[in-house]
Design a binder for this molecule. Structure first.
Ligand code: NAD
Length: 484
């Protein structure tokens, strides 16, 4: 049986306790994951601290940048291994991971190397009573040891989205990957060693949240800052843990994102984009659409076209090039999504398509498969309209006016992202600006320039990462004031 080890101080480390990693495709156990205990987490934090004081802390920015480029190249060199590991853990189609997850894993190191190489600093001249004046400039130093707590939906992509800038800024990290997706974080340890990243800079500890590695990392007094991606409820627990010692947090959390489709849109583009935003990665994307609002003149046509699209999705094995939808991550998550499928019906939804579990052949019968599902007819107050489901499903509702749809789309505790489909430029700006979200897409979805701010409003997040915005979290900005 494959063993997935922790990576501490540049070496792989076994634990006395292991847990099973099951394939989402079949439900079979595919690996034993070594669960870091409190001592191992402590060893990882101490190794990280020592790295900051050692060779890593002494590198120039240019030297650090070269090493990060080497990490990016190392991921690309072992592209197929990362691809296989990611698809084995998640069950996602290789066609998706090949274009998104793995290339972005490499890009996250390159882009933040470029950011740190090019970032200027602020400078202010000031007058003083003696007429000689003074100057001020901002000087950035690493925050120290950063705890990185990751989800399972885009494991390598979201982990490196945090590790890339953290290392670019000169920090050391202790990563706690999701218990569902331990492989690519572990594999990255080999790449770090090959790229000349000193021991202790990148550490990986496996385990769960409460009373396990997640809690041990976030409560460890030697961790100076915590960056987290995951559910809002978990983010709240992490915020509480970070309150001890007044440590900063960056939280990227859940969403219940709306798509707003105006009658003047490019219809085919809106369908293509909404197909992706609802069903990509089996609906397990934080930015994904679960509420679609369509202007009344095109409502019926839109529902019909999205239904056709959903019914045309090919569920299957990752390596099959025809597959464009995999299973959900686990049987537990399948049960959660199915509970919402049931609730939707109880709340009065019309099931346009889906609503259950598909029949899969052979050993796939044991996997956590789910039907792509579309509903209509729910009131705005339904739980299915309020709560994040994180599955391949959406509700479609008609609207008549811009003000009405803005009120409905904003009527949610979450505020991560939205997609607006229209050819009216003024309206596009108006609606994008009035949406209470961190990211508004117009005539697109998940189009990401990594230099731009990324994060959520309301209960979807605290802070922004991306480009220079990441520096706000991963560095201490000190003002140096010099009297001339
Ligand atoms: P989760 O919150 O269940 O778990 C995330 C991580 O936190 C895991 O590594 C888990 O082990 C750990 N954890 C759990 N409890 C903890 C605790 N008490 N202390 C410390 N660590 C703890 O989230 P998930 O199910 O892995 O991911 C899905 C969620 O992530 C969805 O809500 C989705 O919207 C969100 N998400 C948000 C973004 C974003 O950028 N805003 C991106 C991807 C996913």
């Amino acid at each position: 049986m494959k063993q997935i080890l922790n990576f501490i101080n540049g070496e792989y480390a076994a634990s006395s306790r292991t847990f099973d990693k099951r394939s989402p495709l079949t439900g079979q156990v595919i690996a034993q994951v070594h669960e870091a205990d409190r001592e191992q987490v402590d060893a990882a934090v101490r190794a990280a601290r020592a790295a900051l004081r050692g060779a890593w802390g002494r590198l120039t920015v240019a030297e650090r940048v070269e090493r990060l480029y080497a990490v990016a190249a190392g991921i690309e060199k072992r592209f197929d291994e990362f691809l296989a590991a990611e698809c084995e853990d998640t069950g996602k189609p290789m066609s998706l991971a090949r274009h998104i997850d793995i290339p972005r894993g490499a890009a996250n190191f390159r882009i933040f190397a470029d950011v740190i190489k090019n970032v200027p600093t602020e400078f202010f001249e000031m007058a003083t009573p003696d007429g000689r004046g003074a100057i001020n400039y901002g000087y950035r130093t690493p925050v120290g040891v950063v705890g990185v707590i990751c989800p399972w939906n885009l494991p390598l992509l979201l982990m490196t989205w945090k590790v890339g800038p953290a290392l670019a800024c000169g920090n050391a990290v202790v990563v706690k990957p999701s218990e569902e997706t331990p492989q690519t974080a572990a594999l990255l340890g080999e790449v770090m060693n090959e790229a000349g990243i000193p021991p202790g800079v990148y550490n990986v500890v496996h385990g769960f949240g409460p009373d396990s590695a997640g809690e041990f990392v976030t409560t460890h007094p030697g961790v100076n800052a915590i960056t987290f991606t995951g559910e809002t409820r978990t983010g709240e627990a992490i915020m509480k843990a970070a309150a001890k010692g007044a440590r900063p947090v960056s939280l990227e959390m859940g969403g219940k994102n709306a798509a707003i489709v105006f009658a003047d849109c490019d219809f085919d583009a809106a369908i293509e984009g909404t197909m992706r935003s609802v069903f990509a990665n089996c609906g397990q994307v934080c930015l994904g659409t679960e509420r679609v609002y369509v202007e009344r003149p095109i409502f019926e046509r839109f529902v019909e076209a999205l239904k056709r699209g959903a019914e045309g999705l090919q569920l299957g094995r990752p390596e099959n090039p025809a597959t464009n939808m995999g299973p959900l991550i686990s049987a537990e998550h399948q049960a959660k999504v199915l509970s919402y499928y049931k609730l939707a019906v109880e709340e009065g939804a019309t099931v346009v398509t889906g609503g259950g579990v598909p029949t899969m052949p052979g050993e796939l019968a044991g996997g956590s498969w789910i039907q792509p599902t579309i509903w209509t007819g729910l009131p705005q107050t339904a739980r299915v309209m309020k709560e994040e489901i994180f599955g391949p499903c959406c509700h479609i509702a008609p609207f008549d006016t811009e003000d009405e749809v803005l009120a409905k789309a904003n009527d949610n505790d979450y505020g991560l992202a939205c997609a607006i489909w229209t050819r009216d430029v003024s309206r596009a700006h108006r609606v994008a600006q009035r949406m209470e979200v961190g990211l508004s897409w117009v005539n697109s979805w998940f189009l990401r320039d990594l230099r731009t701010p990324f994060g959520g409003a309301k209960q979807s997040g605290i802070g922004r990462e991306g480009g220079v915005h990441s520096l706000e979290f991963y560095t201490e900005l000190k003002n140096v004031c010099i009297k001339l």
